[in-house]
Design a protein around this ligand. Structure first.
Ligand SMILES: [Zn+2]
Ligand SMILES: [Zn+2]
Length: 143
């Protein structure tokens, strides 16, 4: 079955592209190219450079979004045309999607004040997830 996202962008549907897209679709969080590659390998054989090239093509066509995380790594996620932000655990790296954007209203204000046409922003919120916090708590108890 041809992938709708690929068809919409007039990209040929290949098993490779479909496999990578389905992995990112199933993922609830942005993934590094490395993560994607590790997940795609059991499904089909692909060289690292092919996987990276496929990710680059899909990003070029804006089917995927590429964002730089605070760890300096590039993260890929599906471009669902929904603007949102991510909360990332600095301990285990788990990332969850947050609803809404606190900056949109401010952007309008800043645009008015500065005369700029504001075209976007990025914001990553970091913290310690409940699992890591619990682990840390237990460790402290033992000491
Ligand atoms: Zn964590
Ligand atoms: Zn925002």
């Amino acid at each position: 079955m041809p992938d709708e996202a690929l068809k919409a962008k007039e990209l040929k549907t290949t098993r490779r592209r479909e496999a990578i897209l389905s992995i990112l679709r199933a993922a609830q969080q942005p993934m590094t190219a490395e993560d994607v590659y590790i997940k795609v390998l059991p499904q089909m054989h692909m060289s690292v450079s092919t996987a990276y090239r496929t990710l680059a093509t899909l990003t070029e066509k804006q089917i995927l979004l590429r964002e730089l995380g605070q760890d300096g790594k590039a993260y890929f996620r599906l471009n669902d045309h929904r603007h949102c932000h991510f909360l990332r655990c600095t301990s285990c790296g788990e990332t969850i999607q947050l609803d809404g954007c606190p900056i949109e209203e401010l952007e309008k204000e800043w645009a008015k004040k500065t005369g700029y046409e504001i075209t976007g922003h990025s914001l990553e919120i970091s913290g310690i997830c409940p699992k890591c916090a619990a682990k840390k708590g237990r460790k402290n108890d033992a000491e």
